[in-house]
Design a protein around this ligand. Structure first.
Ligand code: SF4
Length: 375
């Protein structure tokens, strides 16, 4: 297949769904987690749950970069931005992530300068254009976006810029998956592996899931047929009694990952001993900070950062949604107090967040409408 329409062919989707149904053992239920927020978005946008047999359930994982940022880190960023000499920058999705006293837009209304950028290189440009200011890039995301932050750090060092730094919030996917596997709350039959992250880390880091936990993993692309095919591949493995790592997205994901991207991450960043994830708590070795060799570009070394831990609002059940324990609509404030316009939790902010994806598309699914009508 070469064109995007071919990956969205409804007849082929129905054919795959019927092959999946054909592999369901009578009386058995199957629960697969799609780790990546991009998959969640596709599943709801294209109504893929409507194609699947009743016995196959999809639950959403922690792979939305914005969703896992805890309130305390938003507050820390605002604390840095309150310094008069600072221009804080970050990706657009971060602008509406709630901290304990409001989001970046609220903070700007009170006098800070927090700007949206499309790339860390835009922040570097701002630093060159504003030599009398300190430009801080709030870096977020998994291994997918870490290479661009790493390359920007290398560029800043090569140019000898002394008014640019990174407030590093990059997280790593494997410890989060392990935390979910060790959680007693959830019993899963397999994983739809994250496609974007895997372009960088490859498929080998998932081998412990198949080997030690006996759960199959299929790294999947982001079109509807990619996801249905990956579910079919998971079902075939279960049917044959196998648990292996397979790569459905081989047109993009190299098995060994991207050695150049991994090298620059390793050159400029190192693992933190632990990091707080929204809803998941502290997970050891699950995030990156700027390596000591580049400390002059580390906002946490350059500025005082309070590092206060802030509890999520009582009504917020993002943690349960991120662990796949709750479906978005099961949160008490979903669609009422919490909407994309007025998000209480992070899962309602980014289009990759399960709550936002479900709010925008999933509530119109045939299955859901039936459930509500019958219920
Ligand atoms: S509806 Fe809002 S508060 Fe509830 S889980 Fe989703 S994002 Fe979090």
């Amino acid at each position: 297949m070469r064109f995007v329409d071919e990956f969205r062919d409804a007849d082929k989707a129905r054919a795959l769904a019927s092959k999946i149904a054909g592999l369901c053992e009578p009386g058995r239920r199957y629960k697969f987690m799609e780790v990546c927020g991009g998959h969640t978005h596709t599943i709801y946008k294209h109504g893929l749950e409507d194609y699947l047999p009743e016995q196959v359930q999809l639950v959403h994982g922690p792979g939305c970069p914005v969703c896992v940022i805890p309130m305390g880190r938003v507050d820390d960023a605002i604390h840095i931005a309150r310094r008069p000499e600072v221009i804080m920058t970050s990706f657009g999705d971060m602008m509406r992530v709630p901290g304990s006293g409001g989001n970046f837009f609220d903070s700007n209304a009170e006098g800070t300068t927090i700007r949206m950028v499309y790339s860390p290189l835009d922040s570097l440009k701002l630093a060159r254009q504003n030599p009398d200011k300190q430009v801080v890039f709030m870096a977020i995301g998994f291994e997918t976006t870490a290479p661009s932050t790493a390359m920007t750090l290398l560029r800043a060092a090569a140019e000898g810029l002394d008014n640019f730094s990174v407030f590093c919030n990059h997280v790593t996917i494997i410890p989060a998956i392990k935390a979910i596997l060790d959680s007693p709350d959830l019993r899963l039959d397999g994983f739809i592996g994250p496609g974007h992250v895997s372009t960088v880390i490859g498929c080998r880091p998932y081998e412990f899931i198949a080997g030690s936990y006996g759960k199959p993993v299929v790294v999947a692309g982001f079109e509807p047929l990619d996801i249905l095919q990956s579910i079919y591949m998971l079902m075939v493995q279960l049917h044959e009694g196998r648990s292996e790592v397979e790569n459905q997205y081989s047109r993009v994901v190299p098995w060994q990952g991207n050695p150049v991207a991994l090298k620059v991450i390793n050159q400029t960043m190192q693992l933190r001993p632990y990091f707080e994830w929204r809803g998941l708590g502290f997970i050891s070795h699950s995030a990156l900070r700027v390596r000591d060799d580049y400390a002059s570009f580390d906002a946490e070394a350059r500025f005082e950062v309070p590092g206060v831990r802030v509890a999520d609002p009582k009504a917020c059940q993002c943690g349960e949604v991120l662990k796949g324990v709750l479906k978005p609509w099961e949160c008490k404030v979903f669609g009422t107090a919490c909407t994309p316009e007025t998000p209480i939790g992070t899962c309602m902010v980014s289009p990759e967040g399960a709550c936002a994806a479900y709010y925008n598309f999933g509530r119109f699914s045939r299955k859901r409408v039936q459930e509500v009508t019958i219920g």
